[in-house]
Write a protein that binds this ligand. Structure first.
Ligand code: ISJ
Ligand code: MG
Length: 465
């Protein structure tokens, strides 16, 4: 057993919460955070099998911060275009009069929402993403926060005036006991799958047509994606996939969002924005090249990428747009003169970090203004979204969209959900896209998407031949 706060304190706070809910005439959040012995986050995720369908996993590069949410005490979900401000208003309102107990104000502890958004609320929806609305942000029942080597457990209650503190205390104590019952390792069995590329020929044709529109100056850049569907011999395991991603993609954000029967999972290198204690960090990531087989070849390919005008142009649209958002919503914005290389196991990218100081503008306001950046949508923004809506033959759902978390103090981080897969039992859809500019060649872009599928294909199992 791990030490969590005294049942007496829990009971007192629940009594206080129920009373306050009565006074305010609406439900009240009570949130209690305790420091606990270090817990392995993937084991914790696996142990909470009973909460399958509500589990959320998030870790940042190098696993400085990991959040695992289980159960849902309060969920904000809706369809429609004003979802960012909608969720922000709901969250602020729910936090009014909240009773929050914590000793250390560590970012990502206390009441925290985890979740994400769809790419384009106006694109026609298909059954593929039926479990993922245009926004779904969840206040988990329990949340494990790991910050470097330390762990905290946050317990959330959304209390009504009619709730019974005795009963809720009793249930909470029982639930806690079950939380850390680790039953062996996640399944280590590999899946074998066959893969089906969805409309590859029409994708290359659409890319070629897009370059023609760009040459006619209808727009300057558009990111076009395609889908792979894979069929396996047994159901995919989110916990197994997470532990493989953790080993193979340590420099990426590793995420899993379960919703009903499905799980959207991946390892993205692309931060959108992070807000922590008055600082805001942005990442511009666009422009891609395969990795070399030897150190020398890899260095040569990296140099080629750094000096390639087409990739530099793809990248610059992103730096210009994110730089503008940063200047509009933050202060003391610092944009480096040029990009550096970001290398992961299968691919290398051009990378420009932007740092700024926060103003009173919230993280969600910033994310709304950014989405979609020219790394995921296009440039100009609206022309890019329109083009994708018209020509892309897939339902992006949450692919290439903001996913992440915000705590009650306004700290938080969102990344772009690329290098990802939607697991549906023993089937999965994978997505990959490329920034198309005037000089794009459709076969090279096709090859680029092939490489971008590798991080997920390699952790989901082996291809049956
Ligand atoms: C859209 C994706 O990746 C984006 C497109 C890139 C490019 O075209 O060079 C590079 C990184 C990402 O911003 C994807 O991986 O699906
Ligand atoms: Mg590219």
């Amino acid at each position: 057993m791990i030490m969590i706060e005294e049942p007496k304190l829990l009971y007192e706070k629940l009594v206080e919460g129920v009373k306050k809910a009565g006074q305010c005439g609406r439900p009240i959040i009570v949130s209690i955070t305790s420091k606990i012995k270090y817990q392995d986050p993937i084991l914790f995720f696996s142990a909470c099998k009973d909460e399958k369908g509500t589990r959320i996993f998030w870790s940042d590069p190098n696993q400085e911060l990991t959040l695992v949410g289980v159960g849902s005490e309060l969920t904000f979900e809706t369809n429609g275009t004003d979802r960012f401000s909608w969720v922000e208003k709901k969250w602020r309102k729910s936090l009014q009069d909240a009773i929050i107990v914590q000793d250390e104000p560590v970012p990502g502890t206390g009441p925290t929402l985890l979740g994400g958004f769809s790419f384009d609320p106006l694109k026609e929806k298909t059954p593929l993403w039926k479990s993922f609305p245009d926004v779904k942000m969840n206040l988990p029942k329990f949340m494990l926060t790991n910050h470097k080597e330390s762990s905290w457990l946050t317990e959330n209650f959304f209390l009504k005036a009619t709730d019974d503190p005795d009963l809720i205390t009793e249930i909470a104590i029982k639930e806690r006991e079950n939380l850390f019952k680790y039953g062996g390792n996640a399944s280590l069995l590999h899946n074998a799958y066959i893969k089906e590329e969805i409309n590859p020929q029409s994708w290359t044709r659409i890319v070629r047509e897009a370059t023609e529109s760009i040459k006619k100056n209808e727009l300057k850049k558009v990111v076009l994606a395609r889908e792979l569907r894979i069929f396996a011999d047994k159901p995919f395991s989110p916990e197994h996939t997470l532990s493989r991603l953790h080993k193979e993609q340590p420099l990426s954000y590793i995420f899993a969002f379960e919703s009903m029967e499905d799980c959207f999972i991946g390892a993205t290198p692309e931060r959108l924005a992070k807000r922590e204690k008055g600082h805001v960090l942005f990442t511009c990531l666009a422009g891609s090249m395969k990795r070399g087989n030897t150190a020398k070849e890899d260095e040569q390919l990296g140099n080629d990428l750094m000096n390639d005008p087409k990739n530099r142009q793809e990248h610059q649209f992103v730096v210009d747009m994110i730089g503008e958002v940063a200047k509009k919503f933050c202060k003391d914005v610092c944009v480096p003169d040029g990009p550096v290389l970001f290398k992961s196991r299968h691919i290398q990218h051009l990378f420009t970090p932007i740092a700024a100081k926060a103003t009173d503008k919230s993280l969600l306001t910033i994310i709304e203004a950014m989405h979609p950046t020219p790394a995921l949508g296009g440039f100009p923004k609206n022309a890019g979204i329109e083009k994708i809506r018209q020509v892309e033959e897939l339902d992006r759902g949450w692919y290439a969209s903001p996913i992440g978390w915000i705590d009650y103090k306004g700290n938080g981080e969102f990344a772009a959900a690329i290098r990802s897969a939607l697991l549906q039992g023993s089937e999965a859809s994978l997505f990959a896209g490329c920034g198309i500019v005037a000089d794009s060649d459709e076969l090279s872009e096709y090859e680029e998407t092939r490489i971008k599928f590798q991080p997920m294909l390699s952790v989901l199992g082996e291809e049956k031949t």
